[in-house]
Design a protein around this ligand. Sequence first.
Ligand SMILES: *Cc1c(COP(=O)(O)O)cnc(C)c1O
Length: 352
Amino acid sequence: MIHLSSPIIGPEERDAVLRVMASGMLAQGPEVAAFEEEFSAHVDGRICVAVSAGTTGLHLGMLALGIGPGDEVIVPSFTFAATANAVRLCGAEPVFVDIERDHFNIDPAAVAAAITPRTVAVVPVHLYGHPADMTAIGALAARHGLLVVEDAAQAHLASWQGMPVGALGDVAMFSFYPTKNMTTGEGGMVVVRDEAVARRLRLLRNQGMEARYANEVVGFNARLTDLGGAIGRAQLRKVEGWTATRKANAKTLDSRLAGVVTPPVAEGASHVYHQYTVRSADRDGLLEHLRGAGIGAGVYYPTPVHRLPSFGLSLDLPETERAAREVLSLPVRPDLTDEELETIVTAVNSHG
Ligand SMILES: *Cc1c(COP(=O)(O)O)cnc(C)c1O
């Protein structure tokens, strides 16, 4: 089976974990601090706060921005449920809008149409590693006084008009879950524009404490471990190379695949191909055909978030529904061999 994604762990990660084990400092400590510093270099020098998971990062990032009950936050429905869960966990209301036709990302026109006096924020998701249209989102946010929270869980090192994603909003979140473009086991990074917001976020991460046993607010335990931090530092040194290989693999697939719609890239976007996602009119047939050929293709996401039992809404979001019907992700991971790429191309192109 040519699997869709799995973490790439080498001797550097193993050595890093053993170094932390030997230090006796397993919880958040110097490795996490160094990881935050080093990650910051990839997001235009912004403040980085590591947390225990991406979802937690979105949740606490929104709390640190003051988002809460009575607030509406505009989100795409074509995403992973965590995007909307984080809004609801703040006590705010996710307002689901449609995506644009080409890149599976939130449609700025739909965002504009959904703004009410209660709207406080919008959450562009850089889905599959393709940046959302941050120029249009930024202009809307400025005009209506909205906060911008980037869900960059899938978009490490992606950029929009030359600027790294994560440095384009008020708060951004990157996930380090094992299937993402880099991992810490579980973990997330929150990128923050404003120092006062970063301070609130650090308090929320650590039981509301800055000075020990002088808790200022009611907080969480959302700390990343130093084991995770050390793994993350090793992964961060490799992610640029992995990203280049993902792009090269995508280019091969773009030029060779037939009978499916390959993923277009917007002008000024650097797509990091967390997923290489095609559209097919016969998606379920193609999926079955590929699985039969030993290819671990996957569907992200078969059900729009607003229709999941957890939200249970009935809305008219035609592009979202179309994407949920048509999308199929093919392996694009950086450790694919040329032979495996060839097998994928042959299998897709042999589907009748
Ligand atoms: C993975 C993911 C998350 C959640 O990240 P975790 O680290 O798994 O909590 C949120 N949003 C999107 C779009 C994701 O892909």
